[in-house]
Design a protein around this ligand. Structure first.
Ligand SMILES: NC(=O)c1ccc[n+]([C@@H]2O[C@H](COP(=O)([O-])OP(=O)(O)OC[C@H]3O[C@@H](n4cnc5c(N)ncnc54)[C@H](O)[C@@H]3O)[C@@H](O)[C@H]2O)c1
Length: 512
């Protein structure tokens, strides 16, 4: 490798010292790397250096780093007045404005300055590394080096291979990312790379669920947090990121993949963006904020009373068994081995289907049928929230009786309107399916996809491990049933998922 990344005298240049450039400078300096800081805006690099040193000073005050480490890292940060100074760098990382022509012009200029073996790295999140490299005389030394904001806390970097990036360049960037204390994953140059591509399922499907009036946004958030285990609900995430940031990303990736239905953005988000309801930053997004805190949303009270008896569908015997225990523990008669009695509440357990179809296929009375989502755990202690779903004809009395019954052991209950795949089944199935398709396209190795998504998006698991935990066959069934119900190619299963589910192997299985 022409560049010795482990060398104590390694020197990197950072061009563009805004939010990202500063973060990269901080972790590089903390790793003992000499950092040259340049920004086109007069004074910006100096102010970036001061900010980084102040941040390191706070870490030292809190005892997170030693006084020696503070002094050593601070001494590594050098502001340079001209781009010419990049002649001493072995790697130059650009973190300037996200504009293809400006980035191309910068790399062309740098090519006349830098050493023969110097690597040119771009922190772009939405532009093609191959296109940026195409402007260079030596495009093989250009690679993507995609960090996340805030860099010191988001301990992941994607190293992107353009079509002609030389292997030694990506190896060097992977080693540099690791030397800076981050998990470095390799990816091919494709729209959204790994993390921004994998992130398309969560929010776009949640917006579809909202668009179908299946549940209120805050109920969808509760289900995704307390049943599916996400740290944040999709609407809380949209409010945090701001629609001015997330809607253009949704549209850009959708269009870069030539209107791939899996990534289809939502008219709901477009309208809210146009209306200025951006999220926390404007004080109002899906939630209203006062002093940075979201207004509390209503919680439906648990109705009184219980059903006279409960008939439980046997379509998923393992779930039926848990349901029987819950119902019996509540002191309610369980009907299992015969048709439902005339008063019985009928419980069905669809997988990717809706309550109505499930009810009619089993010859049940839609007025007395309620569906429950079994995929994310049913027993108290295995889930914090159970999701119940009514048919359009379920009576209020039956709905309330089911709500009371499944809340009796203290587990929270969400009651939603009919939806093929409830809320969590359909959102998680979309996440797993997109993760599988990223693997199918060989954008990155299955293990790196999961690592990047867990660290970059903070999901409870990477998409492939999530699919394994739910059962690849279950996820396939959810998608196939949704595709049949909606007739929308958005839900067509990825070949990666289909083959591994049929073979009964882990979604992390690579081909030999
Ligand atoms: N902010 C994020 O969350 C994030 C995450 C990942 C990647 N990125 C990418 O990182 C890059 C920088 O983003 P940011 O949020 O730090 O932007 P920023 O606006 O905070 O900083 C950009 C800096 O670059 C300087 N600059 C602009 N044009 C220049 C030029 N031609 N030469 C030298 N300096 C120039 C500006 O003066 C500014 O200081 C973009 O490509 C962006 O897409 C951003």
């Amino acid at each position: 490798m022409p560049v010795d990344i482990q060398s104590p005298s390694l020197c990197i240049g950072i061009v563009g010292t805004g939010a990202m450039g500063r973060g990269i400078a901080q972790i590089a300096a903390q790793a003992g790397i000499r950092v040259l800081l340049f920004d086109a805006l007069h004074g910006a690099a100096t102010s970036a250096r001061e900010t980084v040193i102040a941040t390191l000073g706070k870490l030292a005050e809190k005892g997170k780093i030693s006084a020696e480490a503070l002094a050593a890292a601070s001494a590594k940060l050098e502001v340079v007045p001209k781009l010419d100074a990049m002649a001493s760098a072995q790697v130059v990382v650009e973190a300037i404005v996200e504009n293809l022509d400006v980035k191309k012009a910068l790399f062309q200029q740098l090519e006349d300055i830098i050493a023969a073996d110097c690597i040119l790295a771009t922190n772009t999140s939405s532009l093609s590394v191959t296109s940026i490299a195409a402007a260079c005389k030596r495009p093989e030394r250009v690679g993507g080096f995609h960090f996340f904001n805030p860099v010191p806390l988001m301990k992941i970097v994607e190293v992107i291979d353009g079509l002609v990036t030389a292997p030694w360049v990506s190896e060097a960037l992977l080693a540099l990312g690791r030397r800076m204390g981050h998990t470095a994953v390799g990816a091919r140059d494709t729209p959204g790379f790994i993390v921004n591509h994998a992130g398309r399922g969560f929010v776009t499907e949640a917006l579809r669920v909202l668009g179908e009036s299946v549940a209120e946004f805050h109920e969808i958030d509760r289900i995704m947090r307390e049943a599916a285990g996400f740290r944040m609900g999709p609407f809380e995430l949209l409010d945090l990121t701001g629609l001015d940031v997330s809607q253009p990303v949704m549209e850009s990736i959708y269009n870069q993949y030539y209107q791939e239905p899996r990534y289809r953005p939502s008219a709901i988000a477009a309208q809210r963006l146009a209306g200025g309801l951006l999220g926390r930053k404007t004080g109002r997004g899906f939630y209203a904020y006062a002093n940075g805190t979201a207004a509390a949303m209503p919680v439906a009270s648990v109705p009184a009373g219980k059903p006279a008896s409960v008939w439980i569908s046997q379509t998923h015997p393992e779930w039926a068994e848990v349901l029987r225990d819950i119902v019996a523990a509540a002191g309610v008669t369980v009907e299992i081995d015969h048709d439902p009695g005339p008063e019985a509440l009928c419980i069905v357990t669809p997988l990717g289907g809706d309550a109505t179809t499930s009810c009619l296929m089993q010859g049940l009375d839609p007025q007395r049928t309620v569906a429950i989502d079994g995929l994310f755990g049913l027993a108290a202690g295995t889930t914090k929230r159970r999701t119940l779903m009514t048919t359009p004809l379920t009576t209020a009395a039956m709905r309330d009786a089911a709500h009371a019954l499944f809340a009796v052991d203290g587990t929270a209950v969400s009651v939603i309107r009919d939806s093929a795949g409830f809320v969590a089944q359909r959102i998680v199935a979309c996440i797993v399916n997109i993760g599988c398709d990223i693997a199918q396209q060989r954008v990155a190795s299955p293990a790196d996809i999961d690592r990047a998504v867990s660290l970059g998006l903070g999901y409870p698991r990477g998409p492939l491990a999530f699919g394994d935990a739910l059962g690849a066959r279950n996820v396939l069934a959810v998608l196939e049933n949704m595709q049949q119900f909606y007739g929308d190619p958005r839900y067509r299963p990825s070949p990666w998922l289909k083959r591994r589910a049929l073979l009964g192997v882990s979604l992390l299985t690579e081909e030999t």
